[in-house]
Design a protein around this ligand. Sequence first.
Ligand SMILES: Cc1cc2nc3c(=O)[nH]c(=O)nc-3n(C[C@H](O)[C@H](O)[C@H](O)COP(=O)(O)OP(=O)(O)OC[C@H]3O[C@@H](n4cnc5c(N)ncnc54)[C@H](O)[C@@H]3O)c2cc1C
Length: 428
Amino acid sequence: MNYVIIGNSAAAVGAIEAIREVDTESSLIVISAEPESAYSRALISYELAGWLPQGANLELRSSSFYKEKNVQPMLGRRAIGLDTTTKVVVLDDGEAVPYDRLLLATGGSPQKTGVPGEEKLGVFGFRTYGDLIAIHQAVKNARQAVVLGGGCIGLQAASGLHHHKVETTIAIASDHPLSQIADAECGDFFQALFEKNGIAVKTGLQPVEFTGADSVEGVRFYDGTSVPAQIVITGKGVAPNVELAQGTLIRVDRGILVNDHMATDEAGIYAAGDVAVTWDRVACQSTINAVWPGAYQQGRVAGFNMIGVQRRYDGSMRLNAAEFFGVPFISMGIVKPKGEGYETHSRMLKEKGLYWKLVFQGNLLVGAVLMGKVEGAGVLSNLMRKRVDVSTIKDDLIAGRSDFARVLPLVKVQSEAFGETEYRELIQ
Ligand SMILES: Cc1cc2nc3c(=O)[nH]c(=O)nc-3n(C[C@H](O)[C@H](O)[C@H](O)COP(=O)(O)OP(=O)(O)OC[C@H]3O[C@@H](n4cnc5c(N)ncnc54)[C@H](O)[C@@H]3O)c2cc1C
């Protein structure tokens, strides 16, 4: 049996580990466009912000990982075609790699802005180790930077540039930072925090041009204003890398559609991670929830099913976690509910830098935002994920009492498989 994985990140590592738990002998090839061994994308922002010790390793696994797992890595090689009739993956140098079972773990890439001048030197995404190295190089000579986008990635990129003493402006199309995952109250707090720390935040602004000759010299906006910049980072969302599915039976609806075995509609082909559309068990809809633990878990499920061990993926949940200038922030589930049937409770203690918001749908907790104090996030995420009936502790939750001692027995009673570990990595 030939197992082939396209991608070499969270989902791929999950699949490799699952496959090798059962089958240590069959051929297992990992193809990745990036030349590096598997590394943590989340640590890119930590590294740029100077939070890691100098020379820190971003690798996900030890340098002997591929050898130990009997994997043939084909790194720095891009897959450009997929022939599902002859069952081969075609690489950019024309080499054809045959497969019996294939996993598409191709993740996502920064969304193109469509703004003229995007190809200029000095315009970066904030996604890969390659981006990190290029930005490190660029900050040596840059005085000013513009970050487009006020989501977690944009704010992290801005914090990183600021750490390198580059005068940074965040330009946001909406009227406050974190607008997709937090209310204005919370977003405004972060805006003031960034401004207090010397990072300009401009809201309601759409770029129309990246100016300059070969290298970017600034960003011009719809309102006629311009901001000089020798670095521009585009942090306006991620587009799933679905190109290989084109011309096959694999269904794509923004991302690749899979069943709960992570199998696509094409026999023998699976998908996992940021490229895959999964069932959001809190929002009760199919979507892409692009988080590391979810990608790893989906990869494991795909890996087991690829070798014939039946496993089901029990669904994803939206989760964003970050820390800005020492203030932690977590947003989970449905935090800006639309339509009837939701009950929301929120509280801001500005002077203490504390904010929380809970969203209920009947007796279910379906959303939470925590800022400043996030210790209760593990408990809340489990209540959401396990769809625990919280009627007996709702008042406690609303009063901000979500300690383990009160909640754990309830979760244990109501849930067959209480698993606290899944989001720990994010929350700690
Ligand atoms: C700056 C940053 C901070 C983040 N912080 C967090 C966090 O705090 N917590 C969290 O849970 N998540 C975080 N994430 C998201 C997390 O990193 C992703 O959810 C996770 O990496 C997804 O893993 P994946 O395996 O699906 O795909 P990716 O990590 O996107 O990897 C895709 C792989 O596919 C390869 N590839 C793609 N196309 C091809 C092709 N045609 N041929 C060959 N190879 C190809 C790429 O080279 C790469 O190896 C962060 C992401 C970024 C960028």
